[in-house]
Design a protein around this ligand. Structure first.
Ligand code: DC
Length: 227
């Protein structure tokens, strides 16, 4: 039985800062579906590797770390993002730092790490449905998904949104540096050989530059037929 036969899947792919996290969470709430934050799995792999002092050029060891991740997601009340636990300890804030994001982007480029996380991601597909947030949800993890969107926005707008998020969590980073980092990370995500960042052929591309959250939500809900 394929994932799409068990439950409907809405894939939400796109580059960092395009609004996928916020939109996916709101969609999952609105539809009453489960949520997969696949980026968190790459971030947790990076965090676990840092904690275990695994070298970031040791692909086999990193795939081992990814395969053995002891992870739990716990929904939060209200608009708060879900809490993430690694080996029982709260890692919600630790995985959101710039350093962890950068390491995550490196481990995500390794084919054996991606392979090690594949089935774990597919297991999130449970009734009544799943909103899957990531880079390769519609292309690799859930190619048969019933609904697919690809959210994008200009690098400047994505950096500005990220800047606000980081300031809110007390990290002081220069906007110009963020724009540059986002461009480097995009380049790595788009050009990697395994599961590069690109819209699935059957995905609806939504440019969120200048759109409010509600406007994006409306466009994505129209794709699912739940307007
Ligand atoms: O969405 P995010 O910033 O939390 O993702 C962290 C990193 O993981 C980012 O560099 C892209 C990568 N990633 C990926 O390669 N595939 C996914 N499905 C999700 C994230």
């Amino acid at each position: 039985m394929t994932a799409s036969e068990q439950a409907p899947v809405l894939t939400v792919d796109g580059p960092g800062g395009a609004g996928k996290g916020t939109i996916s969470q709101l969609l999952a709430r609105k539809l009453g579906w489960h949520l997969l934050d696949s980026g968190a799995l790459y971030r947790l792999t990076a965090l676990a590797a840092m904690k275990q002092a695994v070298a970031f050029d040791d692909e086999t060891a990193l795939a081992g770390v990814a395969g053995a991740l002891d992870v739990r997601f716990e929904p939060s009340p209200g608009d708060e993002p879900a809490r993430v636990f690694l080996n029982g300890a709260d890692a919600t804030t630790a995985i959101r730092t710039e350093e962890c994001g950068d390491r995550a982007s490196r481990v995500a480029a390794l084919p054996s790490v991606r392979q090690a996380l594949l089935q774990r991601q597919r297991d999130f597909c449970q009734p009544p449905g799943l909103v899957a947030d990531g880079r390769d949800m519609g292309t690799v993890v859930f190619p048969d998904a019933s609904h697919k969107v690809f959210l994008t926005a200009s690098a400047e707008e994505r950096a500005r949104r990220r800047h606000e998020q980081l300031l809110a969590q007390g990290e002081d980073v220069k906007l110009a540096d963020l724009i540059e980092e986002i461009q480097v990370r995009d380049e790595r995500d788009v050009n990697r050989s395994t599961a590069p960042l690109k819209p699935a052929d059957d995905a609806r591309v939504v440019d969120t530059t200048g759109l409010s959250i509600d406007e994006v939500l409306d466009q994505v809900l129209a794709v699912t037929g739940h307007t």
